[in-house]
Design a protein around this ligand. Sequence first.
Ligand code: GTR
Length: 327
Amino acid sequence: MQLAPSRFGQIVTAAMFAFAGMSIAQALELRSADIHPSDYPTVKAVEYMGDLIKKKSDGRITVKVFSGSKLGSEDDSIEQVKLGALAMARVSSAAMHNICETTRVPSLPFLFRSVEHQHKVLDSDIGSQILKSCEDAGFVGLAWYDSGARSMYTRNKPVKTVADVKGMKIRVQQSDLSVAMVEALGANATPMPMGEVYTALKTGLVDAAENNFPSYDSGHHFEVAKYFSLTEHTMTPEILVYSKRQWDKLPAADQQLIRQAAQESVPYMRKLWAEREEKSRAVVEKGGAQIVEPDKASFQAVMKPVYDRFITTPQMKDLVARIQAVK
Ligand code: GTR
């Protein structure tokens, strides 16, 4: 009898695990999605987590990262995670804003005073509470990753104060909070996936976008929007989410192992992130980007309506107060 190669592979795998005293049901490949290219810190961090998981499980559990939007936009991969078709997705927490509303809190404009402040908050029970809050929506939050601060970049003129963005069409992430932030600035928000931003800027569909240096670099946005104004208006972190549907089928020991590996990938990711921010800034400057130091206070001054509109429940108010109190 001739066996198809894939069937043959399954049998060999089964035999190997049977030999090692495990049942075939325990061999597990976790698929994870990321829109960023393979050299981006988020992708590297999830791969690193995969190495840890493989080691800790003696090769039984592996992770495969599908980078570069191979599995679609962030919204697409979140949908697949929710359905249980995909184990994990590393997305911007902005992609979770409309699904799990507490994730809006760390994206609030000018909430964090510094990277250190953000790390302290996300490493504390405040960070864990927000991760946990996504379970009702079908997502197990495994880790927060760095994403620095997002700043505004424009095609035609440098942005020095908030008055300069009035009436501009600005691309934002697909989140109501991101839309509201840009509207508070007196501009028009155009939500779209990251994969469409380069063309939107190039063709003039939008006048501006906003992101951190690594994404401004890796998406080649600096080639079509050369004025990068350090508004640093939000520090939306990255988030790693696991499908609750798949999670609930895992033995408790495997859940523990995966959680631990995710946490252990955080310091590694932070190191990669800090290096990449510096490197990307140098790349874009060399590529002709002009870095502008704007009047940040003028941006901060108009953001109160965003807090008023989104921080409505006692739980959200409490989270904001606790974050502000972290020294
Ligand atoms: C990046 C983030 C991506 C994506 C992108 C965007 O900073 O890492 O996950 O959300 O921003 O603006 O769409």
